[in-house]
Design a protein around this ligand. Structure first.
Ligand SMILES: *[C@@H]1O[C@H](CO)[C@@H](O)[C@H](O)[C@H]1NC(C)=O
Ligand SMILES: [Ca+2]
Ligand SMILES: [Ca+2]
Length: 155
């Protein structure tokens, strides 16, 4: 019984510590902010940084599916994520880590990335159908910021 009480108390504390900041929602090991304002890719990245976060980076199939499920059929605009081929045309890298996108977790739409304006579609959105597409970095779109739970300090 004592053990149970202790366990419940511990869980309660853990829940408090692991809550996301205002405007962020929790999922898995991260907190996400789905913006209402629209910005160009670089500015979106900057706003995320000011919030202590960065543009969302998809590390697993489950994370990609979660983000898509939050937008598909629910949003009227595409959303930036932290993926681009700015550094090297055709090589998709996560913005903060510089890691190359693993093909197994990519959620490209059919015919995407299509580089339809050659050499210029260097930034990636989750489109309104929940699939990914490359588009002009200078376009204004809402964006998804992500930060780890751990960075939140309520203590
Ligand atoms: C190609 O990309 C552009 C811009 O991202 C998009 O508007 C268009 O629908 C894409 N074409 C196809 C066939 O997916
Ligand atoms: Ca992530
Ligand atoms: Ca495209």
């Amino acid at each position: 019984m004592l053990f149970l009480t202790a366990a419940v108390l511990w869980l309660h504390c853990a829940a408090l510590v692991r809550s996301c900041g205002v405007g962020f929602v929790a999922h898995g090991d991260s907190c996400y902010h789905f913006s209402h304002d629209r910005e160009a890719f670089e500015l979106a990245q900057l706003v995320c940084k000011q919030l202590g976060a960065s543009l969302a980076e998809v590390d697993s199939i489950a994370e990609g599916q979660y983000l898509s499920s939050m937008l598909a059929g629910k949003s009227s605009d595409h959303h930036w994520i932290g993926l681009s081929d700015i550094r090297e045309e055709g090589t998709w890298r996560w913005h903060t880590t510089g890691e190359v996108l693993k093909p197994a977790i990519a959620m490209w739409d059919t015919h995407e990335p299509n580089n339809s304006r050659p050499g210029l579609e260097n930034c990636v959105v989750i489109k309104t159908d929940g699939k990914w597409g490359d588009t002009l970095c200078m376009e204004s779109h809402p964006y998804i910021c992500e930060m780890p739970y751990e960075r939140i300090d309520v203590g």
